[in-house]
Ligand binder design. Structure first.
Ligand SMILES: C[S@@+](CC[C@H](N)C(=O)[O-])C[C@H]1O[C@@H](n2cnc3c(N)ncnc32)[C@H](O)[C@@H]1O
Length: 292
């Protein structure tokens, strides 16, 4: 769906009462996601492989470990990957929303049976999840009162941090620092680019950097919130919460590319003019953290 149509729908939903707006949003997302399970399995699979390489490089073995996923999304693709292909003991997965959908999960379970001959023994609660995957929807980890029953060895997130307001990001990491074992690692995969550019090839991946905070607020809603944080902003938050960077990787932008040409055409808002080009352009950020 093109970003202008998407934006129009989100803005229309945003003026409805919260419960009605969210209700329609969820139905719409479920419909769209059911038809893209195979695509999601492929793209999540690529991220999972990348995550394993980062962890292996640091000698981190997940066998028998417990993983906390931040931002479950629409289907337990990452939890199944960790438990089946990295031998993790269990995954507990948290989301501020409840996007899981029975039909999508049934499709994923069938995919596992057909493609990997893995029968998902679905016996865990409302959705057809196995015993070693526990879903905690409608839970805000920025909330002081959220506590974890399990001994967490690794926190993992994929394409989630850019959708969390900076003040909540700090609270979440301060809470991790307080509540998780000191030995726990945190691996975040962050996509700091303007997501509207995925659907609209005429837009720069950095287009949103031309707007003031007020203008950007008018451009998006709670359904497609993006914090626009740049690499140094994330690093500052992690450091403030007491974490040190174990490894850091990110994409740079080739100065001969179309992507760079479009970036150079933008007039950056003054809030972004003090950053170096490398800081502004850093994309696909993978950062592994540990308590200092
Ligand atoms: C773009 S989706 C990514 C989902 C999944 N990780 C994936 O890679 O497909 C972002 C997810 O983060 C969730 N999310 C946003 N803010 C959150 C928060 N503060 N705590 C937990 N989840 C959050 C959203 O509800 C959504 O499910």
């Amino acid at each position: 769906m093109n970003h202008k149509t998407k934006s129009f729908i989100f803005k229309s939903l945003d003026i409805l009462p919260n419960s009605l707006g969210y209700g329609i949003y969820h139905q719409l997302q479920k419909f769209l996601n059911r038809n893209s399970v195979n695509f999601k399995i492929k793209t999540n699979g690529r991220s999972f492989k990348e995550a394993l390489q980062i962890l292996e490089k640091e000698g981190i073995d997940l066998k028998g470990k417990t993983i906390l996923e931040l931002g479950s999304g629409w289907a337990p693709i990452i939890p199944y990957s960790f438990t089946h292909f990295a031998n993790a003991a269990q995954v507990v997965t948290y989301d501020i929303n409840e996007h899981y959908d029975s039909k999508t999960i049934n499709k994923l379970n069938t995919y596992y049976k057909t493609n990997y001959q893995i029968e998902i023994a679905a016996e865990n609660g409302k959705y057809a999840l196995p015993n070693n995957v526990t879903y905690y929807p409608k839970t805000n980890l920025a909330d002081e009162k959220t506590h974890f029953n399990e001994h967490i060895d690794l926190v993992f997130s994929r394409f989630v941090l850019e959708h969390i307001p900076p003040e909540d990001l700090l609270k979440i990491h301060q809470s991790f620092a307080k509540k998780l074992p000191k030995s726990a690692y945190i691996l975040h995969m962050i996509s700091p680019s303007d997501h509207r550019a995925y659907d609209d090839k005429s837009l720069s991946y950095y287009d949103f950097l031309k707007y003031s905070p007020e203008e950007w607020k008018q451009k998006h809603t709670k359904f497609d919130y993006h914090n626009r944080l740049r690499l140094p902003n994330y690093l500052e938050i992690f450091e403030k919460a007491g974490y040190e960077v174990v490894s850091l990787g990110y994409d740079t932008c080739d100065t001969n590319s179309e992507k760079y040409r479009k970036f150079k055409e933008l007039t950056l808002h003054k809030d972004f003019q003090e950053y170096t080009e490398e800081e502004l352009l850093a994309g696909s950020i993978n950062v592994l953290l540990k308590l200092k």
